[in-house]
Write a protein that binds this ligand. Structure first.
Ligand code: MBD
Ligand code: FE
Length: 276
């Protein structure tokens, strides 16, 4: 009954060309449009439903939330799965697992060498230091690698997206030293939730899904001649640690917090005994 006539379909999709255009864009558009035509036909989408969807997409664009939707519907994770598969096929060594960048990265954060502080003023959460070494997949230290770090504020907001925050607040870049070392101080952020009363929230309510991410910190690690690593670490103990709406938590990325460690050597990050 709901079989789109093949000739009708081809007429709509195989449009006349007045120029070569971009063959890839043309092929992808034709495929996506064909699939959507079939969906509308087979699922008996009414004009009312269709125009509601158009209105929703318009508002989604106006609020700049399309990237939240791609993350929440699993597209960002799909791209990571495909990159993992390509690595495996090519026999490339797996290092720290990748995790999605998400829609809230901002390039160009302030840069310092070896160490930085993301927190300012009164503590907004539990203060911690994270330190590490950037290694290539042969285990060799990467000098002068650029480590971008960003995370949410005490209410789960990200600067440049959440009102009232300073430019690049809770966003920093650290250039590793000759041995690939980096370290930074901040406070443990809470989890993230999609903005209420937004087009994104409307969809997730309609799907009967929550829009929560467990507490996490983002990283983007880049060095000349090496592939860039985009990843995140998760803070243990979060309710949503195995139920991330953006499908970005992964085994091997949940950090262990060492409490009450000897505080010596962190004076430059404003930490003097006792570490609290
Ligand atoms: C986030 O903080 C995030 O990291 C992702 C992937 C999606 C939405 C909010
Ligand atoms: Fe995030």
């Amino acid at each position: 009954m709901n079989e789109l006539n093949q000739t009708q379909l081809l007429e709509l999709v195989n449009t006349k060309q007045i120029a070569e255009g971009n063959p890839r864009a043309r092929a992808l558009t034709q495929r996506i449009v064909t699939d959507l035509f079939k969906t509308i036909d087979e699922m008996d989408v009414t004009p009312d439903e269709f125009w509601k969807a158009v209105d929703w997409l318009t508002r989604l664009g106006q609020t700049g939330q399309f990237g939240l939707i791609t993350a929440g519907l699993g597209f960002d994770r799909l791209l990571d799965i495909r990159l993992d598969e390509a690595d495996e096929k090519a026999g490339r060594a797996a290092g720290t697992p990748r995790a999605i960048e998400g829609p809230l990265f901002v390039a160009g954060a302030p840069t310092t060498q070896l160490e930085t502080r993301l927190d300012e003023g009164e503590p907004k959460g539990e203060i911690f230091v994270m330190q590490g070494q950037v290694l290539d997949t042969d285990g060799q230290p990467v000098a002068n690698a650029m480590v971008d770090v960003w995370h949410a504020n005490e209410v789960g907001g990200y600067s440049h997206f959440f009102p009232g925050m300073k430019p690049y607040e809770l966003r920093r870049r650290i250039e590793t030293d000759a041995q690939g070392h980096y370290r930074f101080r901040s406070f443990l952020p809470p989890g993230y939730g999609i903005p209420p009363n937004s087009p994104t929230a409307e969809l997730f309510e309609a799907l009967g899904r929550h829009g929560k991410r467990p507490a996490h910190i983002h990283f983007l690690v880049a060095a000349p001649g090496l592939r860039t690593l985009t990843t995140q670490v998760n803070i243990p103990g979060d309710t949503y640690i195995d139920d991330d709406f953006a499908f970005a938590t992964r085994d091997g990325l949940i950090i262990e917090l060492e409490k009450d460690v000897a505080p010596a050597g962190y004076e430059s990050l404003g930490i003097t005994a006792p570490f609290t």
